[in-house]
Design a protein around this ligand. Sequence first.
Ligand SMILES: [Zn+2]
Length: 484
Amino acid sequence: MSDSTLPSASTVPSAGTVPSAPSGRRYVIRGGTVVSMDPAVGDFESADVLVEGTKIVAIGPGLDAGDAEVIDARGRIVVPGFVDTHHHLFETALRSFLPDALLFNDGSGTPAADPSYVEYVLQKFAPAYRPQDVYINSLFGGLSQLDAGVTTVLDISQIHHSPEHTDAAVQALVDTGRRAAFGYFEGDGRTGAAYPEDAYRVRKQWFSSDDQLVTMVMGGEVYLGDDVLTRSWTIARELGLPIAAHAVGSFGQSPIIDALARGEGGANKDLGLGPDVLLIHMTGMSDLAWKAARDAGTKVSVAVPVEMVMRHGTPPLLKMQEMGLEPSLSSDVETTMAADPFTLMRSALTMQRMLVNQAVLDQGGPQPGTPALLRTRDALRFATANGADHLGLGRRTGSLTVGKEADIVLLDATALNVAPVNNAVGAVVSLMDRSNVETVIVAGQIRKWKGQLLGADLNRLGRELEESREYLFRTTGVRRNLLA
Ligand SMILES: [Zn+2]
């Protein structure tokens, strides 16, 4: 190839020259390979998805869509938007700051390259956040995940030092324009902090309607002590809000989860697990806790790569299989690990199969009770339908189903890293990454179109995030070492 045949830089489309996305209320996604993740709908080598307003109104081959605008999806795999059931969006300015950290200093004497996450992020940085830091961190991290196809998140925002911090966190989720469960968690408990009682105001002011894009989940951390645990869980149930809480055995939380499992949690000894509870990690938990969680219909979110890297304990994928439970997947913290859905799916798949494969090798073959190998389709279900279900949003999103809201991702199956595709789910889970995420739709609104995120000035937001980063490091006096 001679130089003269190379495309010039000026032919590379910029954001300004991106072909305009359909703007109408009605459009048809035509001719894609459709992986619905709804067993009643099934999958199609080639089919159409008709969207009207916020909803999916028809799915099938050769739909008569009348005068609907057409999105050509040939060569694309059409999947439901991904769901991340546990992400701390306020930490975005601290991305990659603690790549080698453990969760906390457990006194084991392990030489650690980095200080612990709890010590640095929660104890040093979090108290320095102003409302504007909460806003720009959460917005930027949210847009990044939207760009990666994550159309729904549970934001575990442990940054509610004041009602102003709270409003900034919710506003960021609203302005991101994707589906989100706002997790109302604690802050640093300073004078003027209003957690958990401010939940009444937040619910009324921001979440008076249940059909919004952003909904509310009550944070009910078990490590805050009996009194706060009781107040937060009681308020959640009074307001009809789901509850989310971390449950990490290595962090000493097993006895508290056991108490909840026995229906003796908190100070009033009247709190129990239920289908309204999402427990995060569940590493190192007792059989008592697992049985109670299963019997109560309690949901479990696993953050497989973070749990493996930061010493939360072994991700409980085999335990959940044994209990007949399935997880949703979560990214947790970008201080230490990527927040895209492909990393999460592949980590779950490879970790589970490593354990089962080694057991089969050690035992000279499968034994009675050897867990089934996880399949790529299982991992995709964890990252879509299970996530929606675990956030109480299963009737609205999580699969491509007529009547559900149109949270849809078009993945480029013609790209250099995946072509030619011979198995659609395999390509998505095992080969793809965020570069394949071409078009992202949230409740019928096209938010990413042909590789470009729409409606966000990323240069400006990036500068604001950097300013926030500079402020946070300056205020805390923590030194940043780019080449540590
Ligand atoms: Zn977490």
